[in-house]
Design a protein around this ligand. Structure first.
Ligand SMILES: Nc1ncnc2c1ncn2[C@@H]1O[C@H](COP(=O)(O)OP(=O)(O)OP(=O)(O)O)[C@@H](O)[C@H]1O
Ligand SMILES: [Mg+2]
Length: 227
């Protein structure tokens, strides 16, 4: 979306720092990060192992506390929110996709997908959910259980679940890390189609150069600094 021709910033950080531990155990995982993410765009985050990618994703998504600086989402300084407000903010606005699919084994694919909506006690938008299921090519899998699906199919279910709440921002930490290259391409194309269709903002960590290049913008992190 654009305002007066300028791209709209949905999330930005101001001198974001994150330090773990104390004294000799101190790790400065993020050092003065100043970033902005545009609404409706796909941003990839790359960098070596231990450079701070997951820490960045977790702090900007309010999953982890920050040591100093600010994270601002649609004008809200999220450090000002208490735990309850933060978790409401997260469940209403964010979707998460991780490397491990974290599906619930004892409920079927459809119930896994709508779980976040049910937890929120919200009404399920059947038309929207069906559209996601169709876009992710899961229509013939809805009655199956997670262990009856391949890795790629399970990750597509996890993606559908992340989208079910109509999130504005999708945070993904190496979502294709457990998939082979053919499945990675399929899953990425489906995910890109979905976010485009619904105008969602996608922020994704990846080790895969091909995926990083699919993004509108790529951010590189090294030793806790954006380079
Ligand atoms: N809970 C924690 N306690 C202490 N140190 C941590 C914690 N989480 C991360 N770190 C440290 O912070 C630094 C950044 O870690 P982070 O997990 O963000 O890296 P990453 O870029 O995601 O790496 P990878 O590609 O391996 O997932 C590392 O030095 C790591 O050891
Ligand atoms: Mg990581």
């Amino acid at each position: 979306m654009s305002e007066g021709g300028r791209d709209m910033i949905i999330l930005n950080t101001i001198d974001l720092c994150k330090t773990y531990g104390k004294n000799e155990n101190k790790v400065e995982a993020l050092k003065n990060i100043n970033l902005s993410f545009e609404k409706g765009k796909f941003t990839s985050i790359v960098g070596p192992s231990g450079s701070g990618k997951s820490t960045l994703l977790h702090t900007i998504a309010g999953l982890d506390s920050i040591s100093s600086g600010k994270v601002i989402i649609e004008g809200t300084d999220i450090s000002k929110l208490n735990d309850e407000e933060m978790s409401k903010f997260r469940s209403e606005k964010f979707g998460f996709i991780f490397q491990s699919f974290n599906l619930i084994p004892v409920i079927n694919v459809y119930d896994n997908i709508i779980l976040p909506v049910e937890i929120d006690n919200k009404k399920i938008d059947k038309k929207y959910v069906d559209k996601i299921i169709e876009l992710l090519a899961l229509s013939d899998k809805v009655n199956k259980f997670p262990n009856e699906l391949s890795g790629g199919q399970q990750q597509r279910v996890a993606i559908a679940r992340a989208l079910a709440n109509k999130p504005e921002i999708i945070f993904a930490d190496e979502p294709t890390g457990n998939l082979d290259s053919k499945t990675t391409n399929e899953v990425m194309n489906l995910l890109k189609t979905c976010v485009k269709e619904f105008g969602q903002t996608l922020i994704m960590i990846t080790h895969n150069d091909e995926i990083a290049k699919m993004a509108d913008k790529c951010i590189e992190i090294q030793d806790g600094i954006v380079i």
